[in-house]
Design a protein around this ligand. Sequence first.
Ligand code: HEM
Length: 235
Amino acid sequence: MRKFWMALSGLIMVGYLLLHMYGNLKMFSGTKVVDAPGGGTQEVYAYDAYAEHLRVIGDPLLPEEGLLWIIRVVLVLAILVHMWSAFTLWSRAKKASGGSRRYANNKAIQRSYASYTMRWGGVTIALFVLYHLLHFTIGGAANPVIDTAQGAQTIFPRVVESFQNPLVLISYIIAMIAVGLHIRHGFWSAFATLGANTSIKARAIWNTVAIIIALVIVLGFLAGPIAIFFGGITL
Ligand code: HEM
């Protein structure tokens, strides 16, 4: 049952990542003209317009940021369930194998490789999400580039100035590699848990789907930051 919850919460997060990655591709969309709050029109970054749009989807049925809060609650629940399943399965495996000697057992090398990358990759991603939230969502506390005293800045200039810094770019590249490896193995395992591991052909198909989804997410996320770094996207 725990593996079922792990699979379900993981797939919810993959869905979120696909949407988030798609949203990030708006970095390539330049500016657009929108209605100004006081009447008339104004030119804004397409990335900012998209972020603003996410806050008002569902209006007037939902309050401002209504849908965003529904997504946030579902995401936080998915993260908690995923971490709870991971840690309880981890300690169960440790007890069953008589402690960490399992990694010294050459016969189990293949299984150990997957569980090792999944566990420590998962921990790396959790740390990245913490950094990422501080970086963009909670106001730039961990951002080495932006002066948060400027307060009223929209999100796009913050993103562009961040990825002009090689250290920020490198930390995101490392995090995205961890995310890619985690999704490649996790997505496949999720479908195996949900009963798709029925034949060699089915296994090969799900394995290919997992590789494609992981590649789309990693390359889709990194395209913008790399373009910014090399001057392809500017303010
Ligand atoms: C190059 C990769 C990424 C970039 C450039 C990026 C960019 C951003 C930006 C600009 C925001 C703030 C949006 C806003 O306030 O309107 C944000 C929020 C967020 N990102 Fe990312 N992101 C990336 C990858 C990821 C990954 C891999 C994850 C998860 C593993 C993730 C999880 C989140 C979460 C949970 C939020 C908070 C959403 C909310 O406010 O409700 N991001 N991201």
